[in-house]
Structures are given as structure tokens and as C-alpha cells.
Design a protein around this ligand. Structure first.
Ligand SMILES: [Zn+2]
Length: 477
């Protein structure tokens, strides 16, 4: 191609760029993997492909900072299938919150649909850790193993595998020492996956600690106070840690958890117990069966195309067949909570919760664009604010300075939204289409690694990009 001409021109789109506050009908020209020009009425060279986006919205590619595409989830033998789901939902970059590099790479090779993917290592006693409450030296060697394998950092699943407060604080400190990414589903041995887990954040972080707090809405389900009071307090906690905590909220109603029960017939996971208690079911194997039979709890089942939910007799059957080792879902996420946490701003106009993320991927609730568009229709977000919450802020959270923006020289990662349908209908990664009208058309994907993982990434037979997390909002906020 000529060196000074675009090879792709997207014409007449309503361009939404939160960085420059641009909201106007413009043409966007792409050359190679980058944005070559943004303007109107430019002469399009005959050699360039053009896509008429009249009536469509064009935003920087959707970045989902909380997905599960490489993790270890009950009943999911091949999490790589989630890589197609995220692309179908309009994502161009995703962060897997808690798995292993081995599974992530295998999934990308087999099912990758063209998205950029970074991953965090899961802190799971008996699997990625030798024991419960690891010593500081074990925490650091676990982190180093994760980073040198190409992962961006660690994820603590406090609602599932909680540590003591001291160990939780130490894991955060270890990640901070390396400027590695660290995400936290709150809860320790002295709290739960609830508001009381969030209340521990100031003590866990001390003077200088930094952490990504996952799905704030999951701690505002009314387990401790009224949902409204929990929202107020959660926002106060986050605002009090401004500049040191990044966070996201998801907008799907169904949650996901695990059905696992112990030898005595008690439900093992704190998240699942909370779901049962919210509707006055016993936190036992029988209580779980009743919740499923009544249609409140659903069991996650895997099919070649993805996951779906089974409830009633069929759900109970699946639960029994797997001896309780199943993924579960309860409709416990409140729409009012999601709306308020997403829209909440400080006096200076900045959002208290940085981003909308899906906590989906392989789980059937990749609804960032659909639900954010519902909020736009209702007036809870402007179109530019939507692009801020699902692309610009997520890019800043990870330190991806060439993503989340539509201006010259930025990566040509773009998501096209049909405002009438209220969903993503097309997207591009590095100027190449990865999704077109309900079809995932990309392959493979680029790995996001830190400098520690560069050597390993060279051996995975996948393209990769080195991310400088010191530039992320987590460390520069
Ligand atoms: Zn998650």
C-alpha cells in the first residue's frame, strides 16, 4: 500500500472519543494497525476499502477488564470458548481475571477470535499455592512465576478462597512492589464477599497500597444494610481511596458462583451461601437443591457453543450428577444498584467507579454494550460517558496508552454500535475486522504481557505486546 494513504476508511460514523470529548459525525481512516486520520469529507483513495457507517456510532474498541476466558470454573472444560463470546459482544481487548497462562494460551490458539488478551494468575490454595495463607516468600515466588509466564499479575478470589487479612495485605503489597496488576474480589477470613469485605480495604491497603476492586455491585446486594445504604457506603470507601483503587461494576442480573458442598453437606463458598441466605434458604446441600427446584438457583451447563443455565428438575439432576461440583447462577445483582454505581460521580465530574466490566466471557452475560446503551437511553450516561466507561477508562486502568482513544496514531481498535439495536454490530482490532453482524471473523489474538513475561511470550507462537503497568491508573492515579 502507498506509504501515505489509508487502506481502510470508515465513513460518516458518529465518532465518540472520550479523550478529546469528540462527539461528531466524522470519517476515520486507518492505515495498517493505526488510526491514520480523523476528519470529514476527505478524499478516499481508490485503493482503500470503505465502510459506510451512516447512522452508526463508532467508539474506541470496548475493553473489558473483567472476563473469564482462561480460568478454572466448575463444569467448564474449555474456557477458551469465552474468547468468541467477548468478541461477539464488541470487545477488542479483555483481561482474564484469574486463571493460568497455560489455559489462556491453549484457549487463544484453539478459540481465539482476534481480541487482545491479558491474564491474571488465580490465587487458589492447593492449586496455584501450596497451602492456605502462604508465607511472604511463597507469595513472591507465586507472583514471579505468574509474571514470568506472561501473566499481568494476580487475582484474589476472596469470596471463594479467602486469606487472612495479613496475607491479603501481603499479596497486595507483593504485587505493588513489582508494579504488577492485582485484582481483588473482596472478602477475607474475617469478612465476606459483601460490604464488610469492602470495609477492610483501607486497612488492607495501608498508606500506599493499590488494588483493582472487582464488581462493586456484588457487595451491594443488601446482605448487611439496605441496598441503598450499601451503595452509599461502598462509594464513600472508594472515594476515600481515590487514586489508589480502580474498580468496575457489571450490569448483568445473574451472578455466577459455585455449588460445591463439603462432606457435612454444607455449601462451601461464601458467595453461594450469601445467595441462599438472601432468600432464606438453608446453606446446605438440601437448601441448594430446593433453591434450584424453585427456579431461584440455576446450574451452568456447557455445550459446544457456550454455556447456558438449567433450573428446576433438570438443574437438580445436574447438581446431583456432579455431586455439587457445578457452576451456579442466582438473579441477585440489582438493576438499581448497577445503575447507581455506574452513574455515580464526584463533584469534579469524574466517575467514582471507573469502568463497566462484564465478569462474563465464558459466562452468558456479555452485556456491557447492551446495558450501557440502556443507560444512555434512560439518560443515566451520555454516549461519550458510555465510551469512557467501557473503553477509555479501562484502557487507562491497564496503561494501554494507544487504546481507548480515537485520534491519529492510536491503535485502530474500534467498536461500532447500532443505536437502534442497542448493541455492537462490528469491531476491528488493529484495523482488521474481528466481528461483523453477529459473526466472529477474527482468529488467534495478541497476548498482553509485562516485561517480566517477554521471554516466555516469545515461545507461545502468538503475537504479544509488552504493557507498562507503571503507566496504568492503578499505579499513576
Ligand atoms: Zn470474575
Amino acid at each position: 500500500m502507498p506509504t501515505n494513504q489509508p487502506n481502510l476508511v470508515l465513513t460518516s460514523a458518529r465518532v465518540l472519543d472520550p479523550d478529546t470529548k469528540t462527539d461528531a459525525v466524522l470519517d476515520v481512516a486507518v492505515r495498517g494497525g493505526s488510526i491514520f486520520a480523523v476528519g470529514s469529507g476527505a478524499d478516499v483513495p481508490a485503493s482503500a476499502e470503505t465502510v459506510d457507517l451512516s447512522g452508526k456510532w463508532l467508539m474506541p474498541g470496548m475493553i473489558d477488564t473483567h472476563v473469564h476466558v482462561g480460568g478454572d470454573l466448575d463444569g467448564v472444560t474449555n474456557p477458551g470458548i469465552g474468547l468468541r463470546s467477548v468478541v461477539l459482544a464488541g470487545a477488542t481487548t479483555v483481561i482474564d481475571l484469574g486463571g493460568s497462562m497455560e489455559r489462556l494460551v491453549a484457549g487463544m490458539r484453539e478459540h481465539g477470535a482476534g481480541a487482545n488478551v491479558g491474564g491474571l494468575g488465580m490465587m487458589k490454595p492447593g492449586v496455584t499455592l501450596p497451602d492456605d495463607d502462604p508465607w511472604p516468600s511463597v507469595v513472591r515466588s507465586t507472583l514471579d512465576t505468574a509474571l514470568t509466564s506472561g501473566l499481568l499479575g494476580l487475582k484474589m478470589w476472596g469470596g471463594y478462597y479467602p486469606f487472612s487479612m495479613d496475607v491479603t495485605a501481603d499479596i497486595i503489597a507483593a504485587c505493588n512492589e513489582r508494579q504488577a496488576y492485582v485484582a481483588f474480589h473482596v472478602g477475607t477470613k474475617s469478612s465476606g464477599s459483601r460490604l464488610d469485605g469492602m470495609r477492610e480495604l483501607p486497612a488492607l491497603l495501608g498508606e500506599n497500597g493499590r488494588v483493582h476492586v472487582a464488581h462493586i455491585n456484588a457487595y451491594c446486594r443488601g446482605s448487611i444494610l439496605s441496598p441503598a445504604d450499601e451503595i452509599t457506603e461502598a462509594l464513600e470507601i472508594l472515594d476515600g481511596l481515590r487514586g489508589r483503587v480502580v474498580s468496575e461494576v457489571h450490569l448483568a442480573r445473574p451472578n455466577f458462583t459455585r455449588g460445591e458442598c463439603d462432606e457435612d453437606g454444607n455449601v462451601r463458598m461464601d458467595v453461594a451461601r450469601n445467595c441462599l441466605r438472601l432468600k432464606d434458604y438453608e446453606t446446605t446441600r438440601d437448601g441448594m437443591r430446593r433453591a434450584i427446584a424453585d427456579g431461584y438457583g440455576s446450574v451452568v451447563r456447557q455445550s459446544p457453543s457456550g454455556l447456558s443455565l438449567a433450573t428446576g428438575d433438570e438443574g437438580v439432576q445436574l447438581f446431583n450428577d456432579a455431586d455439587s461440583l457445578v457452576g451456579m447462577s442466582f438473579p441477585v445483582n440489582r438493576a438499581d444498584t448497577a445503575f447507581q454505581l455506574t452513574a455515580a460521580k464526584r463533584q469534579d465530574g469524574s466517575f467514582i467507579v471507573d469502568a463497566v466490566a462484564s465478569d462474563a466471557g465464558v459466562l452468558p452475560r456479555n452485556v456491557n454494550v447492551e446495558q450501557a446503551m440502556n443507560m444512555v437511553r434512560f439518560g443515566g450516561l451520555t454516549p461519550l460517558e458510555m465510551a469512557e466507561k467501557i473503553s477509555f477508562n479501562p484502557a487507562r486502568m491497564i496503561g494501554l496508552e494507544k487504546k481507548g482513544r480515537i485520534s491519529v496514531g492510536m491503535d485502530a481498535d474500534l467498536t461500532v454500535i447500532d443505536p437502534d439495536l442497542g448493541r455492537a454490530v462490528m469491531s476491528f482490532v488493529a484495523g482488521k475486522p474481528v466481528m461483523q453482524e453477529g459473526e466472529a471473523v477474527g482468529k488467534g489474538g495478541k497476548l498482553l504481557v509485562t516485561a517480566f513475561g517477554e521471554a516466555a511470550a516469545g515461545g507461545y507462537d502468538l503475537p504479544f505486546e509488552v504493557v507498562d503497568l507503571s503507566r496504568s491508573l492503578l499505579y499513576s492515579g
